[in-house]
Design a protein around this ligand. Structure first.
Ligand code: HAM
Length: 426
């Protein structure tokens, strides 16, 4: 039956069975962040809309079409954060973090909001993790951010990752390249989609990002920015690539990668999973350098670089890939079936003993029949079931049933925890 109320379009519950994937992702991100000396930061979910319209850029899809923006009772125009980089730079400036030893290295994980058309891997509330290194212009930090991003995905079991990198120059070389690009696209205006005809006026670089087939065709022979980088950007990009070579990261150059946010300068990159499903989802992660963002938001000159990964997309691919055999150590491998009041009462102590030994045990207190409890254990794919009935409770033992073989044996109550510990270790 369809319920009267449903979650909003593009928003979904993270159900108990999915929490385990979130935990895994969180752990992988935190592990990499700690290793590289990044500290956790949480910024509010709401920010003044201007943080994004100025920071990310009014002409971007994110700000132009996708922000949840409203006026508060006090009259402030605020937005649900669509991304994390601009708020972190706002916080860096507000909290005088330029006084700290540089770079200030921060990581985060939380919900973000974009009013997008829902499709595979695209939600209106989604979760991102991110790394941001603020106050460092050396290209080695670009390399480190790519490495860390790659490490997280590797840690989560991704094998067929594609890292695409490009440089989109800076305020010295990009205006000139924009002119060249505009004249190229203008002469082919009628072959572009209507959105790109508009982009031609506002930001021709964005045309390179268009997924429409007709625009892709025009793009295929468009001029490439790496041929027009100024000396400084060229040298920076060369060094970034040298770092990536040194790290032996399997990257490819994508001269048309521009990313959908205006704050980028120099290095940009994305990581995709190359399976069919991975490609349908879009990028798992994206990032780059944003040397001008601090000034745009009213701070002093602060070179910076970072990345953010989409946890919902990552989890969806992990779920797809994960086989039944890869049960997490946190998931119970033992089920305690209890029958009758005395056994239920006595089993509380048994649970405590298992908890003391840090061995998770599943149960279904509300189900009375043994059959129903075995069925639950089966559904949970648990191999070992401890049966604790009236007779067992009175005589001080439990019956262990191996669900794989169907065999049973009795174990004395005071030996249960030790014996089960040995069994699940195997
Ligand atoms: P972004 O490319 O807009 O970059 O988002 C980063 C990642 O978030 C994407 O690769 C994707 O996995 C995920 N993502 C984005 N939109 C959605 C959505 N609607 N549904 C599900 N997942 C989504 C940024 O946000 C930049 N702040 C990254 C950055 C950090 N650059 C420098 N530092």
């Amino acid at each position: 039956m369809k319920s009267k109320y449903q979650s909003l379009t593009g928003m979904h519950d993270i159900l108990p069975e999915d929490q385990i994937y979130f935990k895994k992702a969180h752990k992988a991100v935190e592990g990499v962040a700690n290793y590289y000396g990044f500290s956790k930061i949480d910024t509010p979910i709401l920010e003044l809309a201007e943080v994004f319209s100025k920071g990310v850029g009014v002409d971007t899809d994110i700000v132009g079409k996708e922000m949840y923006t409203f006026r508060t009772k006090g009259g402030d125009l605020v937005s649900l954060r669509p991304e994390g980089t601009a708020p972190i730079m706002r916080s860096y400036i507000e909290n005088g973090m330029h006084n700290l030893p540089q770079p200030v290295k921060l990581w985060y994980l939380g919900p973000f909001f974009r009013y997008e058309r829902p499709q595979a891997g695209r939600f209106r509330q989604f979760y991102q993790f991110g790394f941001e290194a603020l106050g460092e212009k050396n290209p080695s930090i670009d390399g480190q951010i790519v490495q860390m991003s790659y490490d997280v995905l590797k840690e989560l079991g991704f094998k067929n990752l594609k890292v695409e990198v490009n440089s989109i120059g800076d305020s010295e070389c990009r205006p000139y390249f924009k002119k060249i690009l505009t004249s190229y696209f203008r002469s082919r205006r009628s072959s572009l989609c209507s959105d790109c005809q508009r982009r031609l006026k506002e930001n021709p670089l964005r045309i390179l990002d268009c997924k429409e087939e007709k625009c892709q065709r025009v793009k295929a022979s468009a001029p490439q920015i790496i041929d027009h980088l100024c000396e400084n950007c060229h040298a920076h990009f060369k060094q970034v690539l040298e770092f990536l070579d040194e790290l032996e990261l399997p990257y490819t150059l994508n001269p048309y990668l521009v990313r959908g946010l205006d704050y980028y300068t120099k290095t940009v990159f994305e990581i995709i999973e190359s399976s069919e499903q991975g490609q349908a989802q879009g990028s798992l992660l994206g990032g780059g350098r944003y040397d001008n963002l601090a000034k745009i938001l009213g701070g002093r000159d602060t070179p910076a670089c970072g990345s953010a990964g989409g946890i919902d997309r990552i989890i969806s691919l992990m779920k797809n890939r994960e086989t039944k055999s890869s049960k997490s150590s946190q998931e119970p491998q033992i089920f305690l079936a209890q029958l009758g009041q005395l056994a239920k009462r006595k089993s509380l102590k048994l649970f405590e003993e298992f908890r003391g030994a840090k061995i998770p045990v599943a149960e279904s207190f509300s189900k009375d029949s043994l059959r129903a409890q075995l069925r639950t254990a089966n559904k949970m794919e648990i191999r070992w079931v401890l049966i604790f009935g009236q007779k067992e409770a009175l005589e001080g033992f439990v019956t262990l049933r191996d669900m794989e073989t169907g065999t049973q044996k009795e174990i004395k109550l005071d030996k249960v925890v030790k014996e089960m510990k040995a069994k699940i270790k195997k």
